[in-house]
Ligand binder design. Structure first.
Ligand code: TXA
Ligand code: MG
Length: 322
């Protein structure tokens, strides 16, 4: 690891140990973290983000042994998922250990935990010596950051420190799976798909639809850029504004290339690769937003595999008005 990064991690860990909060990179998006066992520090995160106290945080760990401080017990299904997907973009919700402060879990009797697949994050958590409670490092309801600059743009000097680990590789928040009861539920889709999980545990997994009221990450309008997001199909888009608009296409801009200025066209993956598309999604939304466009037209993609997660986020960004 570069000396400069090592120094940043060291500074960040000191801040965490003294009860401060730090923004840090993960493979998914940047997080805004505090010592999960320091209720006062965790409270600062909610305040700075304008996050309602009823919306629980994810706890991040760097080694498997730490789960004993967080979960009450670990069953076979959890064991299997951990073995297969950690470190990685999978958050597992299970019954919580009573010692974890209630503010982290918004008073719920469950806790969401994940181990990120990013060496900077793992080293940072290791040096902190405690699990790190962290939501995505954005103001409540806004786009998640995938670079340190995105974090700076939203928070300025109001946070103590940002570890700059470059651009996040996955670029989309982790999949959240709830194993706290018999019925297994995916609370948020991600690049680890339902099919991946079903294959591993050999059981049926359901998508939670009625969780919207309880878990705001699943609220209808969320993950929003400033611009208005409009979903479209290439074949149906007859009327559209070119002035002050940006366009996001999946593989190719087709005929639009001749009418829309080049600098307002973004393509998620020229080869049609969904992993690449997911990793570019927030990045291009931030980019168009920074250009000050009023509308962002987004070409719908098929809701299959990782396409489910991409469409979930963009529908929420559009306010689900389609
Ligand atoms: O990829 C990610 O998961 C990123 C990085 C930073 O790790 N984190 C992230 O955190 O997306 P956040 O706070 O933006 O989204 C976490 C979601 C929220 O919708 C929250 O309601 C839900 O997880 N959540 C947290 N604890 C929960 C619990 N015990 N039961 C159900 N949902 C929970
Ligand atoms: Mg978030």
């Amino acid at each position: 690891m570069q000396k400069k990064l090592e120094k940043q991690i060291c500074t960040a860990a000191k801040i965490i140990k003294s009860g401060g909060i730090v923004a840090f990179p993960t493979e998914t998006v940047y997080g805004l973290g505090a010592d999960a066992f320091n209720a006062k520090a965790v409270e600062k995160i909610f305040k700075i983000k304008n996050r309602p106290f009823f919306d629980p945080l994810i706890v991040h760990i760097c080694k498997k042994e730490q789960i004993k401080y967080l979960y009450r017990r670990v069953d076979k299904r959890i064991e299997r998922l951990i073995k297969k997907f950690w470190p990685g973009p999978l958050t597992i919700v299970a019954k919580k250990n009573f010692k974890l402060p209630d503010i982290v879990t918004a008073g719920l009797d469950t806790v969401a935990v994940r181990m990120p697949a990013n060496e900077i994050t793992l080293e940072f958590i290791k040096q902190c010596g405690v699990p790190i409670a962290a939501p995505s490092a954005n103001k409540f309801g806004r786009l998640s950051p995938t670079t340190a600059r995105h974090v700076k743009k939203q928070f300025g000097k109001s946070i103590d420190f940002i570890i700059d680990g470059g651009r996040c590789s996955v670029g989309l928040e982790s999949t959240i799976i709830d194993l706290s009861s018999k019925k297994i539920l995916v609370l948020r889709s991600g690049v680890i798909t339902i099919e991946d999980i079903e294959k591993e545990i050999g059981e049926r997994v359901n998508i939670a639809n009625n969780y919207n009221k309880i878990f705001p990450g699943l609220l209808k309008r969320h993950y929003s850029p400033r611009a208005k997001v409009i979903l479209f199909d290439k074949s149906n888009l007859k009327k559209f504004d070119i002035k002050n608009s940006g366009f996001i296409f999946f593989k190719t801009s087709g005929d639009f290339a001749s009418v829309v200025p080049k600098d307002r066209i973004e393509i998620l993956s020229t080869t049609g690769d969904l992993v690449e598309a997911a990793s570019n999604l927030y990045y291009v939304l931030h980019k168009l937003d920074e250009k000050g466009v009023e509308k962002i037209y987004f070409e719908k993609i098929q809701e299959i595999g990782i396409g489910v997660a991409i469409m979930d986020r963009i529908k929420k960004a559009s306010g689900n008005k389609e």
